[in-house]
Design a protein around this ligand. Structure first.
Ligand code: SAM
Length: 251
């Protein structure tokens, strides 16, 4: 398929064993399939692995890094949550290939023991296709780290956090799940905060509750963008971070 058409019909049409072969050992595949032209995925037309209908028994992606860039967050979180499947979504072809190869190298033992079997990456437009990949209530954490700011007002609708898209994210998140957003652009931070504040299915998590959260540390110091901001820190740059909980409408 051409770029733009390469997405699964539904979450039942994604064969996760190609992304996490160690977690679906019966298949034993070890290819790099990233949905890029170099590493294409042919999504099946009929549903796969019917036993994994989302109810029980099969692993599912629980953490999603939206616009994962060069993959620093995933690489850092993977060993902290070794039994949790986590996925990066990235729209840029070459960047996705880079992250895929980075993960593959770790799986092949580039830094000692083979590792990072619980992390993978897919090239896709996360603003359009998330419900094609994930089921209702599946995601426990969603990360939006240093998203592109789309400064001009007329481009604000292209922002990856908006009231409308938050409804999609809320649908895909489990009640109690956490949404993290971080940026060094103050105006964007206020925009994302306001959208989350106004949405009835999200509530701010107080600083006190997140101060020991290992994900907060990773978001603010392990992503490539956070490292860039830290380097600029002496010039007054700062990371703004908020965490919101997916709440049930009836409390
Ligand atoms: N999260 C990374 C970090 O903190 O280092 C990368 C931040 S970078 C400024 C924003 C990333 O989001 C870029 O790699 C960009 O290609 C990606 N991106 C932008 N829009 C996207 C979309 N609709 N779907 C998936 N990725 C997207």
């Amino acid at each position: 398929c051409d770029w733009g058409d390469c997405y699964p019909v539904s979450p039942d049409h994604v064969d996760w064993s190609v992304h996490f072969p160690k977690f679906f050992p019966s298949d034993g595949k070890d290819e790099l399939l990233l949905n890029t032209s170099e590493y294409p995925i042919q999504y099946p037309q009929t549903s796969v692995r019917p036993e994994c209908s989302g109810k029980a028994g099969c692993h599912q992606v629980r953490f999603l890094d939206v616009g994962c860039g060069f993959g620093g967050l995933l690489m850092a979180l993977s060993p902290k949550y070794p039994n949790t499947l986590m996925l990066g979504m990235e729209i840029r072809e070459q960047v996705t290939n880079y992250v895929g190869k980075r993960i593959q190298a770790m799986r092949q033992g580039a830094e000692g023991e083979p590792s990072h079997h619980n992390v993978s990456v897919i090239r896709t437009n996360a603003m359009k296709f998330l419900p094609n990949y994930f089921r209702k209530g599946q995601l426990e954490k969603m990360f939006f780290c240093f998203p592109d700011p789309h400064f001009k007002r007329k481009n604000a609708r292209r922002r990856i956090i908006s009231y409308g898209l938050l409804s999609v994210y809320a649908y895909l998140m489990s009640p109690g799940g956490l949404l993290y957003h971080a940026t060094d652009v103050k105006e964007l931070h206020q925009w994302m905060d306001q959208a989350c504040e106004e949405h009835p299915l999200f509530a701010r998590v107080p600083q006190e509750e997140i101060k020991d959260d290992p994900c907060v540390e990773a978001v603010t110091s392990e992503t490539e963008e956070s490292k860039r901001v830290k380097n600029l820190g002496r010039f007054g740059h700062d990371v703004h971070l908020s965490v919101f909980r997916r709440i049930s409408p009836d409390g």
